[in-house]
Design a protein around this ligand. Structure first.
Ligand code: FAD
Length: 423
């Protein structure tokens, strides 16, 4: 993302107002009929299910959990700025709107037979399937870091028990301790998320454990909204946050949970609290469906989100390879609407329209201090590419009133998107 300003974003948005923006609800599609199944009821899947229903199709949503726990704003939960209850959403709204919701884990997908198998052995036939199963943490990627290690050194990259564990550890640590945050290389869920977490942990230490310090060990040298984050860290957290990029030996090479030790090529860090965000890939059901490639993520057609590997299966959200679009809840929601419209068009025998999609990611670097990045995307050369001249970040030299406004926009965005998806 270039460091262009909000003005160029607005220019780009004005341009796409002429096209049908991805944030619009799908329209009823006359003549669309067929069996549509959606697997995964998070930001992507729940949106897709509602949108398919609005397009006039009968849709079944398969979701493993009775309650969805949202990741956006979970960094705020970790440092006590948001209650955990504000992260939880049920499926009553979706059911009331007419979507059939089945609480079950999908254990197999047969792309040839066009059939989904559930944990209890039930099978569901489909004409088109939309998969939005999210991510899996790669417990094979970092020596010493497995599921048991995550109970000691939480990733907190799937919201829920892990979020609460990290929050408890921070509250319990002695003042004067070192917190270590390990950040993976690209691609991973929520590119600015680790830096928002770093900022808020630094804020927590500054205000609650002032003799403590956070060390951020990063497997890369550049990251989303970098200039904005670094400027904020310099002014707000000079004594509480140390950032170590790849070039300075930031890549974590191994961890030892028993001694809370984090190793890099050059150093060894003894942590009071260690948050390790490991590399990721698409969730297991995507792999078993055959829609993930050797990268562990799912290549898709950028107009319809149909898998490039298995016809009839569409993939949206974090699991998909969406080109320039980041893996975010905002993206998942936008992609799901485009994909649902395309599925309805295909089932009606029409050619899907070429979409334009928008993403905005807000981050809080302190209470009342928000920053954002926005982008507009379109299919180009077989992938989702940035629309030239559109998108941008918050200005570097903004007054505190703008930072405050962006913090309020972030909270409003969360209320709006969770209402749109689960309301
Ligand atoms: P998910 O939301 O993970 O949903 C996947 C669903 O599929 C889950 O409910 C799961 O139970 C279900 N599932 C998986 N496998 C199966 C199966 N086999 N059978 C049945 N169900 C299954 N994004 C933003 O836009 N803004 C933010 O501010 C933001 N902040 C974030 C902060 C943090 C700390 C983190 C970690 C992420 C943040 N994100 C943010 C990213 C956002 O949470 C993800 O991009 C988003 O959740 C992706 O949606 P999804 O539908 O692809 O996957």
């Amino acid at each position: 993302m270039t460091d262009t300003t909000r003005r160029s974003l607005l220019g780009g948005l004005a341009g796409i107002a002429l096209a049908r923006p991805a944030c619009a609800q799908p329209l009823p599609v006359p003549g669309a009929s067929g069996r549509v199944v959606v697997v995964g009821g998070g930001f992507g899947g729940a949106t897709a299910a509602r949108s398919l229903h609005q397009a006039g199709l009968a849709v079944t949503l398969i979701e493993a959990e009775a309650t969805y726990t949202a990741c956006p704003f979970s960094n705020e939960v970790i440092v006590g700025l948001q209650p955990m209850a504000a992260q939880r959403f049920g499926y009553e709204g979706l059911k009331a709107s007419g979507v059939t919701v089945v609480q079950a884990r999908a254990t197999g997908i047969d792309g040839r037979a066009r059939q989904v198998t559930l944990a209890d052995g039930t099978t569901l036939a489909y004409d088109r399937l939309i998969l939005s199963p999210g991510i899996a943490l790669r417990f094979d990627a970092l020596p010493g870091y497995d599921e048991a290690a995550a109970e000691v050194m939480p990733h907190a990259w799937k919201a829920g028990a892990q979020t609460e564990l990290l929050a408890r550890q921070l509250r319990a640590m002695p003042d004067g301790g070192t917190v270590v945050l390990a950040v993976p290389g690209n691609p991973y869920r929520c590119p600015p998320g680790p830096y928002e977490r770093a900022s808020l942990i630094a804020h927590f230490l500054k205000t609650r454990k002032p003799r403590s310090k956070l060390i951020v060990l990063d497997a890369k040298d550049t990251f989303s909204k970098q200039k904005l984050f670094e400027a904020a860290w310099t002014s707000l957290y000079p004594d509480h946050l140390e950032y170590v990029p790849l070039a300075s030996g930031g890549q974590v090479t191994a961890v030892e949970p028993a001694s809370l030790t984090v190793r890099t090529d050059f150093s060894e860090y003894k942590a009071a609290v260690a948050c390790i965000i490991p590399p990721q890939r698409a969730a297991p059901i995507a792999l078993s469906a055959g829609v993930a490639d050797r990268t562990g993520w799912c290549p898709i057609d950028p107009v319809t989100f149909e898998s490039r590997l298995v016809p009839g299966i569409h993939v949206v959200g974090d699991a998909a390879i969406a080109g320039a679009m980041p893996k975010s809840a905002f993206s998942a929601n936008a992609q799901a609407k485009v994909c649902a419209q395309a599925v309805a068009d295909l089932l009606a025998g029409r050619t899907p329209v070429t979409p334009k999609l928008i993403n905005t990611c807000y981050s809080l670097v302190a209470p009342g201090y928000g920053i954002s990045v926005a982008g507009v995307y379109h299919p180009a050369n077989g992938v989702l590419a940035d629309v030239d001249g559109a998108g941008g970040t918050s200005p570097l030299d903004a007054p505190s009133s703008l930072r405050e406004a962006e913090a309020a926009y972030a909270a409003a965005w969360y209320r709006t998107i969770t209402g749109d998806v689960f309301g």
